[in-house]
Design a protein around this ligand. Structure first.
Ligand SMILES: *[C@@H]1O[C@H](CO)[C@@H](O)[C@H](O)[C@H]1NC(C)=O
Ligand SMILES: *[C@@H]1O[C@H](CO)[C@@H](O)[C@H](O)[C@H]1NC(C)=O
Ligand SMILES: *[C@@H]1O[C@H](CO)[C@@H](O)[C@H](O)[C@H]1NC(C)=O
Ligand SMILES: *[C@@H]1O[C@H](CO)[C@@H](O)[C@H](O)[C@H]1NC(C)=O
Ligand SMILES: [Zn+2]
Length: 451
């Protein structure tokens, strides 16, 4: 290839190898208080080069979006005409991204992986492999499938010596590429479980021995790597130039609400349910371990919410009340640490929109998994996806407090509920049992308090 062709190739395919820069792109927050505002925000993408960090939902739910510097003048004029409530969250998004330090992991030096930094996909994978070599008796690392760019999707299986192995927990991270704090937390949680025998936190010790653990820290490795090399705001996988939103591609209410059928939209759900290599791999993996699967936890950012099934409806279904009571306790535990406030409920209750094809919903419905929660990790938009390094460790610590609260072995009682829950569809009785369980826990709590 001659130099001329190389140069013109680079000029006309600027995203092909160069990193997209967001210099002077601005993160705005709008709050719609009437229908005309909502219409305005919904029509932004027809007029501007806009990237939503929080898409328009219902009235009063904040909408966060990034605008290119060239669009700002016209946009601000229109915003004034519509009289929308608008604030600037981050004036220069690239500056905020540049503050996110990415470190290298040094092979065979487990201590060089920490939670003060972000890592490229190969570094995360090398750390996982080194963990397996350090703990060969109880850590297994396997590939559950191969991506479009031929990367393995690695899963970690942990059973601590002396485990009771009553039931299983699957932890999913990194389905959305740009949500970097997700893989940070999942790797942190894995490390906490592995370190638990040496820990003086008896709660953690107990919980670590109660379950069989499965972690998929980065379900979308191609997309994740692409956010490091090409476009920090990439969300989907790397199937073709456009990619598919993997968390809209699972076979639950597929393609019904809250998705796009156009390739270049952020929530493009794919041609059909399970059209993507990553979602096929995850569905096979979950199916293989669905026996006694008690918890499915997925980690996203941002917004500080625990989202309960089902995402495609406003209704509170099945054991919603039970899981909501557990989520409330978890939220209280999280707040105790650094006063970080979480909300909980369905997608509609929390983020303000309904959506479909979501991993946790498919898992819950298909395998009757009792406790399915999707976390939107911090923050609430001050940094958004540009969460700085100093926030990684505190976020992991407080989130672990919440997760441990959800996983407490007092769930033995809930186990019973699950079996009942499976056997019949009498909602009345399930509700009654839910209440009984809550009452029982209140009693335990009171007893523990005055013990
Ligand atoms: C960004 O904005 C600043 C301040 O308005 C300006 O000085 C600078 O040239 C801009 N940078 C680019 C790359 O447009
Ligand atoms: C929407 O709210 C804004 C600000 O309160 C107001 O100025 C505008 O007239 C409202 N639009 C409609 C159609 O009600
Ligand atoms: C665990 O022990 C260390 C010292 O060995 C102490 O600093 C820490 O506060 C203890 N943590 C708990 C939860 O007791
Ligand atoms: C699921 O189990 C089957 C049968 O043992 C195996 O061939 C397959 O590789 C497993 N897939 C995943 C993703 O775990
Ligand atoms: Zn997400």
């Amino acid at each position: 290839m001659s130099l001329f062709y190389l140069i013109s190739f680079l000029l006309f395919h600027p995203n092909y190898c160069a990193t997209k820069k967001y210099t002077n792109y601005t993160l705005y927050r709008g709050v719609p208080v009437n229908k005309s505002h909502l219409d305005f925000f919904n029509s932004l993408s027809e007029m501007f080069d806009v990237n939503f960090w929080t898409p328009p939902g219902s009235l009063y739910k904040p909408i966060d979006f990034v605008l290119a510097p060239g669009d700002k003048k016209v946009f601000l004029k229109m915003a004034e005409e519509y009289d929308v409530y608008l604030s600037t969250l981050i004036a220069d998004v690239q500056r905020a991204f540049d503050m996110q330090r990415v470190k290298s992991y040094i092979r065979r030096n487990l201590g060089s992986f920490d939670w003060n930094d972000f890592y490229r996909i190969n570094d995360i994978y090398n750390w996982l492999k080194d963990l397996k070599d350090k703990y060969p008796e109880f850590v297994k690392v396997e590939s559950i499938g191969t991506t479009y760019e031929k990367r393995p999707i690695l899963a970690v299986h942990v059973t601590l010596p002396g485990s009771k192995l009553r039931s299983k927990v699957i932890v999913e991270g990194g389905i959305h590429a740009r949500e970097w704090i997700g893989p940070c937390f999942v790797t942190y949680m894995l490390q906490q479980i592995l370190d638990s025998p040496k820990s003086n936190n008896s709660n953690l010790k107990d919980i670590a021995l109660t379950y069989e653990w499965f972690f998929v820290p980065v379900l979308n490795p191609d997309g994740y790597e692409y956010t490091h090399t090409n476009n920090r705001l990439w969300r989907k996988n790397r199937n073709n130039e456009y990619g598919v939103d993997l968390n809209r591609n699972f076979d639950h209410a597929f393609g019904t609400v809250g998705v796009s059928f156009s390739h270049y939209e952020e929530t493009y759900c794919g041609a059909k349910a399970f059209s993507e290599k990553e979602t096929i791999a995850m569905s096979n993996f979950v199916r293989n371990h669905s026996n006694h699967l008690e918890y499915y936890l997925a980690f996203h950012s941002y917004g500080q919410a625990m989202i309960l099934p089902y995402a495609n409806t406003r209704a509170h279904m099945e054991n919603f009340d039970t899981v909501a009571a557990m989520a409330k306790q978890a939220a209280d535990h999280i707040a105790l640490r650094y006063n970080t406030r979480y909300v909980y409920g369905t997608a509609y209750d929390t983020v303000g929109y309904v959506t479909s094809g979501v991993s946790g919903c498919w898992v819950k419905e298909t395998f009757s998994v009792p406790y399915v929660l999707t976390f939107e990790l911090p923050d609430r938009g001050q940094y958004g996806f540009a969460l700085p390094n100093e926030k990684i460790t505190p976020t992991c610590i407080e989130t672990m407090d919440g997760v441990l609260s959800l996983l407490k072995p007092r769930t033995k009682i809930y186990d019973k509920l699950r079996h009942e829950h499976r056997g019949f569809d009498d909602g009345q009785r399930t509700k009654f049992l839910d209440k009984l369980v809550i009452l029982f826990n209140v009693c335990l709590f009171v007893i523990a308090r005055f013990d």
